[in-house]
Design a protein around this ligand. Structure first.
Ligand code: GLA
Length: 394
């Protein structure tokens, strides 16, 4: 316990981020983003509706506070180069005020390139002006997506990847400085798909979170491939600066209950930002219970901010563990096979999870049941693509 406290203090003191930046995202940001469901069709009305439903569904009270507009809000620039929203978003300030009136925060999206990924106006050459506009409108969060800036990098430094990467870092730092200059706190979300091992330099350019992978899709294989690619990244995350394996697809596509449970379990183990991406007008009780499970969210938001990592990788199961501020440990067992498993002949890997005696008291976070004392040889029956998530104490 004492060691954990020291680790927490050391993480705060030695972080390359300013104290203010650490405070801004002391735990992984939680909210909702328009892209995974609405993509290019999103409108002002959709954002207002999402804000209404995030409150009435209980999502806000579970911790989801950022309502983030993704790509395709951008219009043309005015005569002075100021960015304007397009006809889908008639009044950004009024929209931000509306979202704030619900006890929520609001996020916006841009690119260091001259075009966003969907081909809309980016911030290239207008960084300070744009950050100022976002601050005046009342935005609290910026997702900054590399997109067409890759063309600038290739054009300026053909065949020189190191120089290209340097340019990329500078571009992210430029917007970081522009945000600071506004004086308005904004969570800074880097989106460049994990290139150039962004986790090694993301905090230096002010990143509160950085995408560590390519885009997620709404299916189990995409989700699990991303999840498993995060092994080994735990040492780069901490209060104020998080690896971002992309936004949640819980409720999108054809993922079933067990797959959604695995998705949410893994994102909580990874101390990942929990940015939902589903259509709230179609949210049923099953989805709501997965997205708002208090005990699972508490793992994601654990104050120690130590990301979980893999302790066992098998053909049938993956086992990951995550140390928590109160001295307990979260343990997740994923059935990655195409059949139900009874874990025959497999161990829980309790020693590797920090229990040298090979026993631990356990609570099942998805059923909400205390399981008593577990032995390393105890087994769980886990459905195809499902997961068990435990909180272990001595
Ligand atoms: C990229 C990002 C996505 C989304 C789209 C918008 O693909 O990775 O998350 O923002 O752009 O165009």
């Amino acid at each position: 316990m004492r060691r954990r406290l020291c680790a927490l203090v050391a993480a705060l003191v030695f972080s390359p981020l300013s104290f203010a930046a650490q405070q801004l995202a002391a735990t992984p940001p939680m909210g909702w983003n328009s892209w995974n469901w609405f993509a290019g069709k999103v409108t002002d009305a959709d954002i207002r509706k999402a804000a209404d439903l995030i409150v009435s569904s209980g999502m806000r009270d579970a911790g989801y506070v950022y309502v983030n507009i993704d790509d395709t809000w951008e219009g043309k620039r005015d005569a002075n180069g100021g960015i304007r929203s397009n006809e889908k978003f008639p009044d950004m300030k009024a929209l931000a005020d509306y979202v704030h009136s619900k006890g929520l925060k609001i996020g916006i999206y841009s690119s260091p390139g001259s075009k966003t990924c969907a081909g809309y106006e980016g911030s290239f050459g207008h960084e300070e002006q744009d950050a100022k506009t976002y601050a005046e409108w009342g935005f609290d969060y910026l997702k900054y997506d590399l997109c067409s800036f890759r063309d600038n990098m290739r054009q300026e430094h053909p065949n020189d990847p190191a120089a290209q990467n340097h340019m990329m870092r500078d571009a992210y730092e430029k917007m970081h400085q522009a945000i600071l200059k506004t004086g308005r706190p904004m969570v800074y979300s880097l989106c460049q798909y994990g290139y150039d091992q962004v986790w090694q330099w993301g905090p230096e350019v002010g990143g509160n979170l950085w995408r560590s992978t390519e885009d997620i899709s709404a299916n189990y294989n995409s989700m699990m491939l991303i999840a498993l690619s995060q092994a080994g990244l735990s040492k780069y995350a901490g209060p104020g600066h998080w690896n971002d394996p992309d936004m949640l697809e819980v409720g999108n596509g054809k993922m079933n209950h067990d797959e959604n449970v695995s998705h949410m379990t893994m994102w909580a183990m990874l101390a990942a930002p929990l940015i939902a991406g589903n259509n709230f007008t179609e949210m049923n009780d099953d989805l709501r219970s997965i997205l708002t499970n208090k005990e699972v969210i508490a793992i994601d938001q654990d104050k120690l901010g130590k990301q979980g990592d893999r302790i066992h990788s098998g053909d049938e199961t993956e086992i990951w563990s995550r140390p928590l501020a109160d001295g307990s440990v979260a343990l997740a067992i994923f059935n990655i096979s195409e059949d139900r498993t009874t874990m025959r002949g497999q161990r829980l890997h309790l020693k590797e999870a920090g229990f040298p005696s090979g026993t631990a008291r356990a609570r099942d976070l998805w059923t909400g049941k205390d399981l008593g004392t577990l032995k390393d040889t105890d087994a769980f029956t886990i459905p195809r693509h499902g997961a068990v998530m435990l909180k272990l104490t001595k």
